[in-house]
Ligand binder design. Structure first.
Ligand code: ATP
Length: 265
């Protein structure tokens, strides 16, 4: 892949993510029945596509993402990355959480290179430098996490996730802790980075505007427990997108439609 700066970033092909009649229950703590968080969810994220999942608070958005990451098991149906059934975490999937989970004793460069270093990758540092440049953190490679703003920490987190060259990027409310202005900036930055790397993305958010701005597709979940998929909407706004689309009637109509779906359970 060619960068605007002229450098070349190697990126493996992204993969399709399929959730096929996925149910997820949490075991009861006492003798009672298991808690059915997700009753049945089916949708497909095509390779290199960006899918956002929205729904009422507590409906199981993070639960679905954790299952796709292989961090919790499904109790029904299956999740596939390409042809492979997800049963455990794997290097083919990278997760970015709301809280930037950087190692405080390592610099940005050290954090981004970490996952590659423990796998004895000789190119760990050079690959990390490429990713740091990609996310616009070039000037901060030698800084420690406590010296970074919230937005910079999430850039570093994204660089770290991309450094592993995953086939799938799973993002759980990555901008929720940021102020409104930084959040908008980071949305546009994420689109720029994604347009360069073209990874398959599953992005969880409770902000409908964010979902419509970022996604090729928005999956709307019903109220939990026993959550199901209420509707899957295609978002066909041309790319590259910029924030001005948020003020168009078509954008606002779609946001309003999703809002009604969520409000009506
Ligand atoms: N480890 C757990 N054990 C038992 N129940 C859980 C566990 N984790 C989540 N739940 C329950 O599963 C349901 C879905 O939770 P989840 O965090 O996936 O929802 P969410 O849509 O991401 O919520 P929010 O929008 O508030 O972040 C909730 O009712 C929650 O209480």
């Amino acid at each position: 892949m060619k960068r605007t700066s002229g450098a070349t970033i190697t990126a493996t092909a992204s993969e399709q993510l399929v959730l096929d009649r996925v149910g997820i229950s949490y075991p009861a703590r006492d003798a009672g029945p298991d808690f059915v968080a997700v009753k049945e969810a089916s949708f497909t994220v095509d390779p290199s596509e960006f899918t956002c999942v929205v729904g009422p608070s507590g409906c199981g958005k993070s639960t679905l993402l954790m299952a796709a990451a292989g961090l919790i098991p499904v109790s029904g149906g299956e999740i596939l990355v390409g042809d492979t059934v997800v049963r455990a975490p794997g290097v083919d999937r990278a997760v970015v959480f709301q809280a930037a989970s950087l190692l405080p004793w390592r610099t940005v460069l050290g954090n981004v290179a970490y996952g590659l270093e423990i796998r004895h990758r000789k190119d760990a540092r050079s690959r990390a430098r490429e990713m740091i440049e990609l996310v616009g953190l070039d000037g901060a490679a030698t800084k420690y996490p406590h010296e970074l703003s919230g937005g910079m920490q999430q850039r570093a987190n994204l660089a770290r996730a991309l450094a592993a060259d995953p086939r799938l990027l799973l993002m759980d409310e990555p901008f929720a802790a940021l102020d409104a202005q930084t959040r908008e900036l980071m949305q546009t930055e994420l689109l720029r980075v994604w347009s360069e790397m073209r990874k398959t993305v599953l992005f969880i958010t409770h902000q409908i505007e964010e979902a419509v701005y970022l996604g090729d597709q928005v999956v709307v979940l019903s109220k939990g427990p026993e959550t199901v998929v209420r509707e899957i909407l295609r978002v066909d706004f041309a790319r590259p997108r910029d924030e001005s689309i948020k003020r168009t009637p078509a954008f606002m109509e779609l946001v309003d439609h999703i809002w009604q779906l969520i409000r009506n359970g």
